[in-house]
Design a binder for this molecule. Structure first.
Ligand code: FAD
Length: 288
């Protein structure tokens, strides 16, 4: 099913994200995590491409497994960074052959000290979106940044670039993680004012590792509000306590979003079925 059709059916939808293994040796354990997450019956599962060191070659394989073997809708990410234009064509062909109908089209994280774009590579996500749209009837999602993209100096320019991207045929947007819902509400107001009217899924990150989050925030530009910084400072050295606190904080964000009329929420579950399960359990009466 195309994700865009699900997002407008008036129900609450919770979706999860997984990433492919860094090495082939880890493939089975990632598959096990994916199977466990699928048992929670999320609205869909997204599979990253080359992000955080995950190899891009397994993205289609895992997205196809979710879709065809587990019966849960999947969305495969695709990036300009890890692909030449020929590889984009090849990947899109593989996706079509595997019955994947949903693609999240991204510029991608540029690996440190690498040259980008090389000749025969797309520079911006909007170019990739135009290519995908020309290759078939896919539902195409894209990324957006409530706190502004780190490389863009002015938020107004970032929103103008977002409008250009959406106008290329984006069916829905998923946000970068944020920890203060008022940042999201404000962003939503600003983009709606600029005529961006597609569904926007807030991306919620249950923080389970105090050390990692500082680095992730630095890279993504996400700000930790003082209330949450105190939690990370206090529990960050105790993994079990941090996980518990991170799940509660993420649940609190999700409940606030739903209470404010946001019905589609994407959770960065990071191959952690126990985290995804805890969130679903916390929402058992809320996200029916
Ligand atoms: P773009 O939309 O191309 O924007 C990149 C920058 O260029 C922005 O600063 C924008 O303002 C600017 N820009 C855009 N168009 C123009 C223009 N016409 N002229 C001048 N400037 C312009 N990374 C991965 O590697 N793999 C993944 O699977 C992955 N999944 C993600 C999923 C989500 C939901 C999110 C939010 C991010 C994900 N990322 C992933 C990270 C993402 O690739 C990075 O944040 C990347 O830096 C930007 O990607 P983008 O698609 O938003 O790029």
């Amino acid at each position: 099913m195309k994700i865009k059709d699900r997002l407008t059916d008036g129900k609450v939808h919770i979706s999860f994200e997984v990433f492919p293994p860094k090495t082939d040796a880890k493939f089975e354990s990632v598959l096990h995590a994916v199977d466990e997450i699928a048992k929670l019956a999320p609205s869909f599962i997204s599979v990253t491409y080359g992000a955080g060191g995950g190899t891009s070659k397994n993205t289609v394989k895992i997205a196809s497994h979710i879709q065809n073997d587990l019966g849960v809708d999947s969305i495969a990410h695709l990036t300009c960074v890890s692909s030449t234009k020929e590889e984009v064509r090849q990947r899109v062909h593989e996706m079509r052959e595997s019955g994947i109908q949903n693609i999240l089209a991204l510029r991608g994280d540029i690996p440190a000290e690498s040259e980008f774009p090389i000749p025969n590579q797309y520079k911006y996500a909007y170019e990739l979106i135009e290519d995908i749209k020309s290759q078939g009837d896919f539902c195409v999602g894209a990324a957006c940044y409530p706190e502004g993209h780190v490389e863009c100096e002015h938020k107004e320019d970032d929103i103008a670039h977002l409008k250009q991207k959406v106008d290329c045929g984006v069916d829905f947007l998923t946000t970068q993680m944020f920890f203060d819902n008022s940042v999201f509400y404000n962003f939503l107001y600003r983009i709606r004012e600029k005529g961006i009217i597609v569904p926007v899924l807030p991306g919620i990150m249950p923080v389970t590792n105090g050390k990692q989050i500082a680095r992730s925030c630095q890279l993504s530009g996400a700000v930790l509000p003082s209330r949450f910084r105190a939690i990370v400072d206090h529990f960050g050295d105790n993994p079990k306590a941090m996980q518990q606190a991170g799940i509660v904080y993420a649940t609190d964000q999700i409940i606030d979003l739903i209470a404010n009329g946001i019905q589609n929420i994407h959770v960065y579950s990071m191959n952690k079925p126990e985290v995804a399960a805890a969130i679903m359990s916390n929402l058992s009466e809320i996200a029916k």
